[in-house]
Design a protein around this ligand. Structure first.
Ligand code: 4NP
Length: 153
């Protein structure tokens, strides 16, 4: 199964979500391919933010090889599930998807932990390292939930 993680810049949150879910899927023996993209093109071709790389590394994950890319409408055909970090990402994704939008493929990732509450993963871009740790912990819990739900099938 192919899963896509989406945030604004594809530099802070979604690269972490990609790294975390891919590692958990691999560990669970699931044949999943996780990718990430941004709704904006500010950081195309760049590696993840140094503080995303740092918090990943402190949790045993290497995300340094990832390269930023922009979300495209074809992603809504290629991926089975697309998780966004906040409601702005959700609205931007719907605009980018255009005629390929599929409501049931796309959800806010924190709805895995808090169904229907539409909570956001805060953007750590303007803050310090604590914000990245907070984001990591939220994504780690949400990804655990995703794996548990699929493993129970
Ligand atoms: P992200 O964070 O969406 O988690 O990757 C951001 C990265 C860059 C910018 C904003 C948010 N930016 O304005 O460049």
């Amino acid at each position: 199964m192919k899963i896509l993680m989406v945030c604004l810049g594809n530099i802070c949150r979604s690269p972490l979500a990609e790294g975390i879910l891919q590692a958990k899927a691999d560990a669970a023996g699931l044949d999943w391919k996780v990718d990430s993209a941004g709704t904006a093109g500010y950081h195309i071709g760049e590696a993840p933010h140094v503080l995303s790389q740092k918090v990943a590394k402190q949790n045993g994950l290497d995300i340094s090889f990832q390269k930023g890319r922009k979300l495209r409408k074809e992603d809504f055909i290629a991926f089975a599930k697309i998780y966004v970090m906040d409601s702005e990402n959700y609205n931007d994704a719907r605009r980018i998807a255009s005629e390929h939008w599929k409501e049931n493929k796309v959800d806010l990732i924190l709805n895995e932990l808090h169904p229907h509450e539409n909570r956001s993963v805060p953007d750590p871009w303007y803050g310090g390292y604590d914000g990245f740790i907070e984001v990591y912990d939220m994504l780690d819990k949400a990804c655990d939930k995703i794996i548990k739900r699929h493993s129970a099938r």
